[in-house]
Design a protein. Structure first.
Length: 444
């Protein structure tokens, strides 16, 4: 017995869940520019009921088993409500929002709120439309010359790799892609492979916190410390980690960290952030300065209507809070939700679900699991292959017949793989449905 829906004596009714969800979301949204945490419905204390309650929080068709959060996540009802309310407030109070004071205070408040959640300083938070934009800002802003090397892996997401490939054509930099070992038994094997790629010309190291294709958790902290000892800039793509792992950015020792809010965090689409370590901000040129001081070093903030006294990164690199405010308010509600559930508990739940899927998958003949099995080297993603089957055809059949949605990512090894990415909105029963679907696949 895995989920409370299998035990009707302990089950909350669907009406109870929907009523509490909608009421909580609307109450939170009515707060306007303040925090939403205290206005939310108190989640059930009993574990089984808690995860049933959690399943009702996103705007999603509960008949569909969505196991592809690594590509796109469902948005929380409270996030949507908060985003809508912010747009309504902004329209109704145009004179107030047209003044610089309102935007300065709200920009500072949001930077402080997200910095507290992410484990960094408000001066180090730059809001963006997503992780891809954040990574592009770093690539475009660093002074790199012909022959300078960027060390990365063969498993980077195209959105993370593309800005550097453009620089290779435009400025003649060298992008050195290191092939990681297949089925690494320890994080040390991954560290050694990347460390061996460093040369005297290495200026940047780009690495995923969690690999999007096979779910490997990379030894980011050790790699960033290595980079710092060699005066190499460390850039981390945290697209698959924020909202999954319980961590603080400062503990990673990285120079830049990029993340979006619309996947595992279940926040608003079109919102994200770039962490820029305070000591590194003078080494990065602003590519969207929006009229601020665009030349390092930062001394006295330029006075500009709506941007006086905002934190340093927003001041120098461009404050998009006035444009993204409703989406950021929606994502702020997602932070409140994560903290209400408890980030460590969320990570443990995801690992529990993936472990269950790892135990069930071998019951499907011929399945080979590609995600590392060592503790600490996996989180919410599990990738596998089915020899003799075309992965994209399998994914299509599961969606059509079983209403189970997984991905068929491209792996650098050429393996025809399938990836399930399990968040807290998934259940053991959905995993059982996946296994049944795989066991009864039609001939494709």
């Amino acid at each position: 017995m895995h989920d409370c829906e299998r035990d009707p004596t302990t089950r909350l009714t669907r009406r109870d869940l929907l009523t509490s969800t909608v009421a909580g979301a609307l109450t939170a949204a009515a707060l306007g520019t303040g925090s939403t945490a205290q206005a939310q419905f108190e989640p059930p204390a009993i574990t089984k009921e808690l995860w049933q309650w959690v399943r009702m929080q996103p705007v999603a068709d509960v008949r569909e088993a969505w196991m592809n959060t690594a590509s796109a996540g469902s948005t929380l009802r409270m996030s949507m409500a908060s985003e809508y309310r912010a747009r309504e407030i902004q329209s109704n109070e145009l004179p107030s929002f047209a003044s610089g004071t309102r935007w300065s205070s709200e920009s500072t408040r949001l930077a402080t709120r997200f910095a507290r959640f992410c484990g960094c300083d408000p001066d180090e938070v730059l809001f963006t439309r997503g992780a891809g934009e954040a990574l592009s800002l770093v690539a475009a802003g660093l002074d790199l010359s012909s022959g300078d090397e960027v060390v990365t892996t063969t498993q980077e997401h195209p959105a993370a790799l593309s800005p550097w490939l453009v620089l290779a054509r435009r400025r003649g930099i060298v992008v050195r892609q290191v092939a990681l070992p297949a089925h690494p038994a320890t994080p040390q094997a991954l560290f050694d492979a990347l460390a061996a790629g460093f040369t005297d010309r290495t200026r940047v190291v780009l690495v995923n916190h969690i690999q999007y294709a096979d779910g490997t958790v990379m030894p980011v902290r050790e790699l960033c410390f290595l980079a710092r000892t060699r005066n190499v800039v460390s850039v981390v793509n945290g697209s698959q980690a924020l909202g999954v792992l319980n961590f603080q950015i400062h503990d990673l020792a990285c120079d830049f960290y990029a993340a979006g809010f619309h996947k595992w965090l279940a926040g608003s689409h079109g919102s994200g952030l770039l962490f820029a370590r305070r000591e590194m901000q003078d080494r990065l040129w602003a590519t969207e300065p929006r009229g601020f001081d665009s030349s390092p070093p930062i001394n006295t903030p330029t006075r500009s209507a709506g941007n006086d006294d905002v934190p340093a990164a927003l001041h120098k690199f461009g404050n998009v809070v006035p444009q993204l405010w409703p989406a950021l308010r929606g994502s702020e509600a997602a932070l409140d939700f994560q903290e209400q559930i408890n980030r460590a508990r969320i990570e443990a739940r995801m690992r529990e679900l993936v472990l269950y899927a790892r135990m069930r998958l071998p019951q499907v003949p011929g399945v080979e699991i590609l995600t590392p099995a060592a503790p600490g080297m996996w989180a919410g993603i599990l990738t596998f292959r089915m020899p003799g089957r075309i992965a994209s055809d399998v994914a299509t059949a599961l969606a059509r017949i079983n209403r189970v949605h997984i991905a068929a990512p491209h792996l650098p090894t050429g393996a025809d793989a399938l990836r399930l990415s399990l968040g807290i909105f998934n259940s053991h029963d959905e995993i059982d449905r996946l296994i049944s679907g795989l066991q009864h696949l039609p001939k494709l």
